[in-house]
Ligand binder design. Structure first.
Ligand SMILES: *Cc1c(COP(=O)(O)O)cnc(C)c1O
Length: 433
């Protein structure tokens, strides 16, 4: 499989090269030359196939000969070494929990898969150390730190805004040591993001090190999210009903992977993009006009994105045909007060504690089901454990959320970070290592 740049001004490259580069030299996102189709028999027999085997079959055509089959199997097995439970909420609604990974964030899968692909890429490339530079508003950083921890040949530098991430998130970022360095930026998330962007175009840095990013721009992180949709289909509760999946969306990497899965032949009947008031895509689906905006802060802050970077991939998938796109994709958006009401409603009807992102997904699903004439089975994706947004959830439900046993240990670890307040300081740090 070859990948081309969506700015059409770079060479086509193979899977591992695209994983190493992140963004194409012309600043475009990489996109596969074709979307492979899986045979009907695969879907008919999917119930008897393990999650790991499904994931291998799904991703193998995208990797091609870049990673030998046995090694790719091992990578996929290590990536998916936890559960993806479906929890019923009502007759027609259930949630697929994507947060059972080591950092309780759905980004664990993409980060783990990407880290293992890069580790393999580095076996054949011994002298060149790779630096992964990533800005985080909270959850991405933890997943990336954990996914890349002790991966040989890769250094990870994570920028996070001082005082603006939760205690658990900060511990997850700052306590691993080894090849993971946390940089505490005196500023907001946007400042961290700007510094990372500056680094990627800084000739002094480009000349002296291999820099890559670990956000959903990277094809390894983006494409591995397809696994969720195949697992959702396999474990769906009502196999005879049509399937609608609602995805809490920010940068639109996750839902874009769902749309790719559907084009590979996966029988998903409807995808729903659920957002907070950062509603650029729902507005586009409504009006046909794409007008990116500055992002606004909300309680579902992992989705505070005004100009989703993966939207261009969605447009490419449908060759810019909005009518075709609108048949499979609906979009709805919600305010913080609607989101809090939804957290209460979910708890009341099922006793289930949803996080603000999942609650937005629930609202979008409910709105779609209400408007549709046919009987659907609805799934909304739960993208974070409620403990990650414990203040909002506890205040809304007036109950306490327990810290899951398996992450209690991070709270006792010692924080280590490097405080900075300017891009020059970041640059000095990167060059001095
Ligand atoms: C990253 C994230 C999202 C948004 O995913 P995209 O792929 O960027 O659309 C939603 N919920 C949570 C909790 C996240 O961390």
């Amino acid at each position: 499989m070859k990948y081309y740049s969506l700015n059409y001004n770079s060479q086509d490259i193979s899977f591992l090269d695209a994983v190493r580069k992140g963004l194409a030299p012309d600043r475009g996102l990489y996109f596969p030359k074709k979307i492979p189709k899986l045979p009907k028999t695969f879907f008919n027999n999917i119930n008897s196939i393990s999650n790991q085997e499904i994931a291998f079959k799904v991703i193998q055509p995208y990797v091609g000969n870049d990673i030998p089959e046995n090694r790719l199997k091992k990578i996929v097995e290590d990536t998916l070494n936890f559960e993806f439970p479906i929890v019923p909420i009502s007759d027609s609604v259930a949630t697929l929990e994507l947060f059972q990974g080591p950092t309780l964030a759905f980004k664990d899968v993409g980060a783990r898969f990407m880290a293992r692909c890069l580790a393999y890429a580095n076996i054949n490339n011994k002298d060149e150390k790779l630096t992964v530079l990533v800005a985080t508003s909270g959850d991405t950083g933890g997943a990336v730190a954990d996914g890349f921890y002790k991966v040989k040949g890769v250094d990870v530098v994570i920028l996070y805004p001082k005082g603006k991430v939760s205690e658990i998130q900060e511990k997850q970022l700052t306590t691993l040591g080894e090849n993971i360095t946390a940089i505490e930026v005196d500023g907001a998330f946007d400042d961290c993001q700007d510094m990372v962007k500056s680094a990627f175009i800084d000739q002094d840095l480009i000349q002296s090190m291999s820099l890559t990013s670990a956000n959903s721009i990277n094809i390894a992180r983006w494409l591995s999210q397809m696994f969720y949709y195949f697992i959702a289909y396999k474990n769906r509760i009502h196999p005879n009903k049509k399937l609608a999946i609602s995805v809490p969306s920010g940068n639109f990497g996750n839902i874009c992977a769902g749309l790719v899965s559907q084009q590979m032949g996966l029988p998903i009947d409807q995808l729903i993009a659920s957002t907070n008031i950062n509603n650029t895509v729902p507005s586009y689906l409504n009006s046909g006009v794409y007008s990116p905006k500055k992002s606004k802060s909300t309680i579902s802050n992992a989705m505070d994105v005004g100009d989703p970077s993966n939207f261009i991939r969605i447009q490419k998938l449908f060759n810019n045909d909005i009518f075709k796109l609108k048949k499979i994709l609906k979009g709805y958006y919600y305010t913080d007060s609607q989101t809090k009401k939804a957290i209460k409603e979910i708890y009341k009807i099922s006793g289930y504690t949803a996080d603000p992102h999942g609650a937005v997904g629930y609202l979008g699903l409910k709105e779609f089901l209400k408007n549709s004439k046919e009987a659907y089975q609805g799934l909304f994706l739960e993208t974070a454990h409620p403990i990650k947004f414990v203040d909002i959830v506890e205040r809304t439900l007036k109950t306490s959320v327990e810290v899951p046993e398996r992450i209690k240990h991070v709270l006792n670890r010692e924080k280590a970070s490097i405080p900075i307040h300017s891009y020059e300081q970041l640059k000095t740090f990167l060059l001095k290592r």
